[in-house]
Design a protein. Structure first.
Length: 292
C-alpha cells in the first residue's frame, strides 16, 4: 500500500489493444486497472503473467512487470514468481483454452497448494486468437470451425473444477458489468490464497455479435438479486449447486466460494525458518548433504 494516489490510467500503457471491436476483454482490462487503483498498489510491486491467446496480450496493456509466457504455462511460472517474491502482488491472466485445456493440468496444483495468486480467466467459449475452434467451455451442440456438425463434448464447468481442486476463492464475473467486476477482482487480489475469477467475456467475432444482448438479461448478482441474495459462500455444497445450470438459463455472478487457510508461501516460509534454525538454511549446508 502507498500514499501515492494512483488512478486507473496509471496502470495503462500507451500500447493500443488489438482486440476486435466489441470484444469483452476490453471490459476485463478496464475492470482490472480500476481494481488496482482501488487497492492503490504501486505498479512496481505487481507482476502480471499470461499464457497465449487474445486475452494473454494483457501484460502489454498494463503498466506493471509483465511476462507473456507460453501456452498454458502461466500458472506454474507465476507460482515461481510468487515464491521468489512473496511480498509482490502476482496476477495471472488467460483464456478458457489456455487455462482449462492445455494449462488445465497446472490449475489443480496451484489451487490445492493455495498459492497466493489471482487468476483471471476470460472465458469466451472459443479459441479466438487461432480463429474460432471449439474450446473446453464451448456448449455441447454448438457449431465451430472444428465442430462442423456441432460439438459432441460435454463442456467443463470452471466452478466445479475449482471446488474439487481446492481453490480457496472462486468467483464469476461478466465483462460488461465493469463496476461489479472491478470489485470482484479487488476482493480476489485481497484474498490470501489462490483466487480464480472466471469472467464471461463474449467473443463477438466467433461467437456472434449478439452475445451481449443474449447474456445481459440472464445475469444475476449473488447477494443482491432476489434469486441469489441468500447464498452462503462458505458452503461448498451450496457453491456446487449454484454452478449447476440454473432455471431459465440464469447466470449467477459474484463469489461462489471463499475460505481462509494457510497459503503456500506461508508454509514455505515456515520450512525456511525451520531449516535456518537447524543450520540447514545455507547453500553450504545443502552441498554438505551431497558430499557426506
Amino acid at each position: 500500500m502507498t500514499d501515492i494516489k494512483y488512478k486507473a490510467k496509471d496502470y495503462r500503457t500507451d500500447l493500443k489493444p488489438v482486440w476486435c471491436p466489441g470484444c469483452g476483454d476490453f471490459g476485463v482490462l478496464g475492470a482490472t486497472h480500476k481494481a488496482l487503483a482501488m487497492l492503490q498498489i504501486n505498479p512496481e510491486d505487481i507482476m502480471l503473467l499470461s499464457g497465449i491467446g487474445c486475452s494473454s496480450r494483457f501484460p502489454g496493456y498494463t503498466n506493471v512487470y509483465g511476462f507473456n509466457s507460453i501456452h498454458g504455462r502461466a500458472v506454474p511460472i507465476a507460482t515461481g514468481a510468487k515464491v521468489a517474491n512473496p511480498d509482490k502482488t502476482v496476477l495471472v491472466v488467460g483464456g478458457d483454452g489456455d487455462g482449462y485445456s492445455i494449462g488445465g493440468g497446472h490449475l489443480p496444483h496451484a489451487a490445492r497448494k493455495n498459492v497466493n495468486l489471482t487468476y483471471i480467466v476470460m472465458n469466451n467459449n472459443i479459441y479466438g486468437l487461432t480463429k474460432g475452434q471449439c474450446s473446453p467451455t464451448t456448449p455441447q451442440g454448438d457449431w465451430t470451425k472444428t465442430t462442423e456438425y456441432g460439438s459432441i463434448d460435454v463442456p467443463v464447468n470452471p466452478v466445479h473444477y475449482n471446488l474439487a481442486y481446492g481453490a480457496s476463492f472462486i468467483a464469476r464475473g461478466y465483462s460488461s458489468n465493469i463496476k461489479h467486476l472491478s470489485n470482484l477482482i479487488k476482493e480476489a487480489i485481497e484474498h490470501p490464497g489462490f483466487a480464480i475469477v472466471d469472467v464471461i467475456s463474449p467473443c463477438v467475432t466467433f461467437r456472434g455479435d449478439d452475445q451481449f444482448k443474449i447474456l445481459k438479461p440472464l445475469m444475476r448478482v449473488i447477494g443482491e438479486d432476489e434469486e441469489y441474495k441468500d447464498h452462503d459462500y462458505t458452503d461448498k455444497t451450496a457453491a456446487y449447486a449454484l454452478a449447476m445450470p440454473q432455471p431459465g438459463g440464469l447466470i449467477p455472478i459474484g463469489i461462489y466460494y471463499k475460505e481462509l487457510r494457510r497459503t503456500y508461501t506461508d508454509g514455505f516460509k515456515m520450512i525456511q525458518e525451520k531449516a535456518k534454525a537447524k543450520g540447514e538454511g545455507t547453500v553450504e549446508a545443502v552441498f554438505d548433504q551431497f558430499l557426506r
